[in-house]
Design a protein around this ligand. Structure first.
Ligand code: TPP
Length: 332
């Protein structure tokens, strides 16, 4: 597979560079702590870590403004953090506490924050795509110049909803930014074992959608592609599709036997860790030194500590509220 090559992207100033690294570091440390807490039994259910893919959420989010909408998958802690959902409300949600961003009713896979137009968190593969089409259709019909950004894994390509959503988005020229996080595996199934065409962006092109593949380990490449794509969408030129090539370093969920990939392959991708790559980039341009790195690490540790404290402090939803939001009536 080849990656679409454009001129190497440059960082837009030191402050911006530090902000990108800070956000990626927060996601990494937040998730490492989540894994620890999960193992201790305080977070239950599923937990899908984004470790290795941080450059996508952080890079893509730079192209969005507060009025835009975001739809994601069950692997969405990174997107929620990058969108500005407070870390404490996310952690509390994973604990199932009432101060969680979905009031403790969704857990890790169903983060939601209407105020920040972060519309989920979906556990069903490809389930977010039709929702994003609906949001974009509403914006178009009501004449709003906003973008709906829809994150999903390459596993979604095997679902009918993927094709229906791309077709309608193209047909109706909807303001949609499709962000396909191609980490090469859908649970234990390698992309090449399930798809005859592994260049996913070509599938989008077949629906007459402007599409390209991007190095998803390079936060600047993601940022510049997302800026370019979002600008086109905002102009009313219809949807844009980015295939972001990446890798998840951890198991699909909290554990799997990892029989589907070799240690060598994992090690090779670890050599392109998005955080290490960007740290080296900034150091190489004298925009970052050891002291800055120490501060960034301390800030991330502090934010994560606060998040855990907020989750621990939170209360459980009162039993009396259990029927709230339950549709239908109970026959007397
Ligand atoms: C419709 C549907 N089928 C099957 C599943 C079980 N399932 C959960 S995650 C997953 C793999 C999805 O892989 P991908 O879309 O590439 O995302 P990734 O987990 O790699 O981020 C599957 C098959 C599901 N949740 N929904």
């Amino acid at each position: 597979m080849s990656i679409h090559k454009t001129a190497a992207a440059c960082v837009n100033g030191r402050e911006h560079g530090l902000s990108l690294l800070r956000q990626m570091l927060l996601i990494r440390r937040f998730e490492e702590k989540s894994a620890e807490i999960y193992s201790a039994g305080k977070i239950r259910g599923f937990l899908h870590l984004y470790i290795g893919e941080e450059a996508i959420a952080v890079g893509a989010m730079q192209a969005l403004s507060a009025g835009d909408a975001v739809v994601a998958t069950y692997r969405e802690h990174g997107q929620a953090l990058a969108r500005g959902v407070p870390a404490g409300r996310i952690m509390a949600e994973m604990y199932g506490k009432a101060n969680g961003c979905s009031r403790g009713r969704g857990g890790s896979m169903h983060l939601f924050d209407a105020e920040r137009r972060f519309f989920g968190g979906y556990a069903i593969v490809a389930g977010g795509l039709p929702i994003a089409v609906g949001l974009a259709l509403a914006d178009k019909l009501q004449g709003r110049l906003t973008v709906t950004a829809c994150f999903f894994g390459e596993g979604a390509v095997a679902e009918g909803e993927f094709h229906e959503s791309l077709n309608l988005a193209a047909l109706w020229r909807l303001p949609l930014l499709f962000l396909c996080e191609n980490n090469l595996y859908a649970m234990g199934t390698a992309l090449a074992r399930s798809e005859s065409q592994t260049d996913i962006h070509l599938k989008a092109q077949s629906y007459n959608i402007a599409a390209e593949a991007v190095d998803g380990m390079d936060v600047l490449a993601v940022e510049s592609a997302a800026q370019r794509a979002a600008a086109q969408v905002r102009r009313g030129d219809g949807p844009y599709f980015l295939e972001l090539r990446t890798y998840r370093y951890r198991a699909h969920s909290m554990s799997d036997p990892e029989l589907y990939r070799s240690k060598e392959e994992v090690a090779q991708w670890r050599g392109r860790d998005p955080l290490a790559l960007f740290e080296a980039y900034l150091r190489g341009r004298n925009m970052l030194d050891d002291a800055d790195m120490k501060t960034l690490e301390a800030d991330a540790a502090n934010d994560v500590e606060w998040a855990v404290a907020e989750a621990e402090r939170g209360g459980w939803e009162p039993v009396a509220d259990l029927e709230r939001d339950v549709y239908g009536s109970v026959a007397a």
